[in-house]
Design a protein around this ligand. Structure first.
Ligand code: ADE
Length: 351
């Protein structure tokens, strides 16, 4: 393969950016989703905690306590919910906060549950407060209170629900109301994966998809994966595309080698720490327009023309993990490690 073919000049082959590729992500997820505990790599404490809860519930022949999974997108919250359901030998019914529009929608879901079923609600921070009110007695006492009629003739009907386990997932635990949060028996907070675990996930995915990748390539892709399995799997597929189109290593010349992995990242404009153009723009905006911060989130959101929720949910958690950004009461501040990474001088000083 020629140098030029691998380089950043090849913009005609620019692929969609990682955050925007949701449908493909879902397809990748379903092929690669672990279906047994020993296939699920990392998050050891959470797996252990969950299995104690599940084993105890099975011993008592009861539905397991309601569970809240929180953490950044792409870390495997849905996968865990499926593993819990499988472990309990049960069925899982999935929905999401914004999909439950009316109390009647939730009533229909709850009254259709079979005993010990798992109800999985994704994006739980987007559950409407009126729906939450219906959830409380359902979670606490397995009761569904329905108001029928209007005005003075309105009455409340109370229905018994079968035993069930609610698993709620959220990327924004702080937006969940306290009454809802307090009704979960356990909260599992998923953190970014260690590079070693991401490497194992990449190797497992490569084996399932029949992709050849050498150790150097796996290391490079793992470091750029933001500690996130979903990102790792997406980069692996993009690197496979690249090696097939432009050539790579191995006996048939299509294996992902060091050169192909680096060229893939360059093509996607992802740097070696996993930062994308939008992450770099966030940091350089704070540095250039706000003298490195502190800058309030609303001001930053306006300066970037980016939704506040996207900044808080997607960009900031990873930048904070890298020690590139700090959230203080006065606002966002870019830290020295980010200046070094971006090779920018901090207020005229050499870093
Ligand atoms: N794919 C997504 N998350 C995973 C995990 N934790 N282990 C293995 N494969 C995964």
């Amino acid at each position: 393969m020629s140098r030029e073919a691998k380089g950043g000049k090849n913009k005609a082959f620019l692929m969609p950016k990682p955050h925007s590729n949701q449908q493909e992500d879902r397809n990748i997820d379903s092929t690669l989703r672990p279906t047994a505990w020993d296939e699920y790599i990392g998050q050891e404490k959470i797996k252990h905690g969950l299995r104690v809860i599940l084993d105890a519930a099975k011993k008592r022949k009861e539905a397991a306590d309601h569970l809240l999974f929180s953490g950044p997108a792409g870390l495997g919250k849905t996968t865990l919910a499926y593993l819990v359901a499988r472990d309990l030998g049960g069925i899982i019914r999935t929905t999401s906060g914004p999909a439950i529009e009316k109390t009647g929608d939730l009533a229909a879901i709850l009254t259709n549950l079979t005993p010990n079923e798992i109800l999985f609600i994704d994006e739980a921070h987007r559950i409407n407060p009126m729906i939450e009110e219906v959830l409380y007695p359902a979670m606490e006492a397995r009761k569904l209170h329905l108001v029928v009629g209007k005005g003075p003739s309105a009455r409340t009907l109370s229905l018994d629900l079968p035993p069930f386990t609610l698993i709620a997932a959220t990327t924004r635990e702080n937006l969940l109301s306290q009454p809802l949060r307090s009704r979960f028996g356990a909260t599992m907070r998923l953190g970014y994966y260690e590079p070693a675990d991401i490497k194992k996930i990449l190797e497992r995915s490569a084996a399932i998809l029949g992709i050849a990748a050498d150790l150097d390539a796996v290391e490079i892709l793992a470091r750029a994966s933001r500690g996130t399995p979903r990102v790792a799997n997406r980069l692996l597929k993009r690197a496979r595309d690249f090696a097939e189109v432009h050539g790579g290593g191995g006996p048939d010349g299509t294996a992902i080698d060091r050169t192909a992995a680096l060229a893939t990242l360059e093509m996607l404009e992802i740097d070696e720490a996993g930062l994308e153009p939008s992450d770099r723009r966030l940091l350089t905006t704070i540095i250039e327009k706000f003298n490195g911060g502190p800058v309030g989130i609303n001001t930053l959101s306006a300066a970037l023309a980016e939704d506040r929720g996207v900044i808080e949910d997607i960009y900031e958690p990873y930048l904070m993990t890298l020690g590139f950004l700090q959230r203080s009461s006065a606002g966002r501040v870019v830290l020295p490690a980010a200046y070094r990474h971006l090779k920018i001088k901090d207020r005229g000083e050499l870093l």
